[in-house]
Ligand binder design. Structure first.
Ligand code: F6P
Length: 504
């Protein structure tokens, strides 16, 4: 692994391309039959006590699902390594070829923190925070997307499959098709796609639609996301949409290809969670957690990135009102809230942290006793083993997102409940609600409704809870993340095999 700092100089596309070729090296060019392109590489850098850096595979379902596909298909993964102004050569890790894309300090600020996370993120999540529109952010987004597309074009073998992931890279499909029309291009949006009336606010809405329509297959979490996208393609680009298909035109008005948009709800590595939930050490750790909390009758759990879309404030409000009116007491119940640090340099996230930590302090100050706490707040990330222990320790899981593409925590909780007990309270605004309809479904904006749902979950008849959990577990064990990636890739194969005839 070699690294060197790059200066924040202005744009120079031809020197950028030269730079990219040296980074990638001859042995990687036109080499790979299957390529994943995502904002982040699927590895995290770890530094040991002696200061030696190495890479560790990131936790998460996407890499688990795609690693076997990579190994079988001679694959490579293109992404940013998470550092600023660091230029790394391509390298291998655990049988995976990784192609790093470097970002300057300005690009991290404008492309990642700015356009991706302060424009698109709030816009695509029902504008629960106001999106900001800045032309220099858009310019950086366009430039960085081009860099990812250039990297993919450089390493893809003839006719390769390239799977582009998520909202940070919506322009890549079109850019890539222009460079390499021989490729089969898939795109998957992990977050919601907004209704046309909200998407309309984006000054570059038509360019984003064109970017996505460069793909042969555009995957979304929910059917409603796919129809929102199709409506916007019609309204902002004048396309006539037939069922899931759009005849996409090139700059000369000729049909270049037929794009298909469809829902493929993502899932988790259910087998892994199921196994961990049977591990004696983890089972003991779950019992220990309950003892450490003073053996309350009911343990409630919230697990989220500290993000304003997750409805953590709504959850705390409902919970604190139940304590205020004496319906619950700290002797009966405790709420563990894991809020993992996220996007801490973005203003809205800083404001949220202050608000949430203020509320927790207020609730605990009001209700804690020497022996018992109302809310055990943990601003940390934990390994999957500890998460499974928490899922096993919790009688009730609270997922109160105001808008969420899927919410994998809800699915993980269900997969971990191997005894089929425990109750999931789930927002109808999370994609997971489409599959987990035996959860206690809630509208998180309705605080009284949320309070009733929490009480219903806390007091649910064990047989009813078991019946619901069993049904949900069947769904999650049958539809894991491997099922997700296989069904997307099979459909992409179908779509590209039928090029030109898909809608007839
Ligand atoms: O789904 C949205 C997403 O981008 C995930 O892919 C990711 O795990 C999470 O948000 C956190 O994102 P970031 O890369 O901004 O920390």
């Amino acid at each position: 692994m070699t690294a060197s700092a790059t200066a924040d100089t202005g744009e120079n596309p031809s020197s950028e391309l030269e730079d990219l070729s040296t980074q990638v090296g001859d042995e990687d060019q036109r080499e790979y039959d299957f390529i994943v392109v995502s904002n982040r590489l699927p590895v995290d850098r770890v530094v040991d006590d002696d200061g030696n850096a190495s890479w560790r595979r990131s936790p998460g379902g996407l890499v688990t699902a795609l690693a076997p596909v990579m190994a079988k298909a001679d694959g490579a993964w293109i992404g940013w390594n998470g550092a600023t102004s660091e230029r790394l050569d391509a390298f291998s890790h655990n049988d995976m070829r990784l192609i790093p894309v470097s970002l300057s300090a300005d690009e991290v600020e404008y492309y990642y923190e700015g356009f991706s996370n302060a424009t698109l993120w709030p816009l695509y999540h029902d504008v629960v925070a106001p999106p900001e529109f800045h032309r220099h952010w858009w310019e950086a987004y366009r430039r960085v997307n081009q860099r990812f597309a250039d990297a993919a074009a450089l390493v893809a073998a003839e006719g390769a499959t390239v799977w582009v992931q998520d909202y940070q890279l919506q322009l890549v499909p079109q850019m890539l098709r222009r460079l390499r029309p021989d490729l089969c291009i898939g795109f998957f949006n992990h977050i919601p796609f907004p209704p046309t009336e909200i998407f309309a606010q984006l000054p570059w809405r038509g360019r984003v639609i064109d970017g996505l329509l460069g793909a042969d297959l555009i995957g979304f979490q929910r059917t409603s996301d796919a129809s929102n996208f199709m409506r916007s393609a019609r309204r902002f680009r004048g396309y006539s949409v037939k069922q899931q298909f759009v005849h996409v035109q090139d700059d000369d008005g000729e049909v270049s290809h037929i794009a298909r948009a469809e829902a493929f709800p993502i899932s988790i590595d259910s087998t892994k969670i199921h196994e961990l939930a049977h591990d004696d050490e983890i089972i003991e750790r779950a019992a220990q957690i309950r003892r450490d909390l003073g053996n309350p009758t009911k343990v409630l759990l919230g697990v989220d990135r500290l993000d304003y879309t997750k409805g953590i404030g709504h959850r705390l409000k409902a919970y604190s009102e139940l304590l205020d009116d004496g319906t619950l007491t700290v002797e009966d119940a405790v709420l563990i809230q894991v809020a993992s640090p996220s996007r801490e340099r973005v203003e809205q996230y800083r404001i949220l942290r202050e608000e949430i930590e203020g509320s927790v302090g207020h609730i605990n100050g009001q209700h804690d006793t020497i022996e018992h706490t109302a809310v055990r707040y943990l601003h940390h990330s934990y390994p999957l083993e500890e998460m499974v222990a928490l899922y096993l320790a919790a009688d009730v899981m609270l997922v109160t997102a105001l808008r969420d593409g899927m919410n994998l925590v809800a699915k993980e909780y269900v997969a971990a409940r191997v005894e089929s007990n425990g109750t999931l309270v789930l927002s109808e605004f999370a994609g997971a609600a489409d599959q987990l309809d035996e959860a206690v479904l809630i509208n998180p904006h309705d605080i009284d409704g949320l309070k009733e749902a929490i009480l219903k979950a806390v007091h649910m008849d064990p047989d009813d809870a078991k019946r619901r959990m069993k049904k949900m577990r069947r769904e999650i064990l049958d539809h894991d993340v491997e099922h997700w990636s296989q069904s997307f890739l099979n459909t992409l194969r179908e779509v590209t095999a039928d090029r030109g005839t898909a809608s007839e």
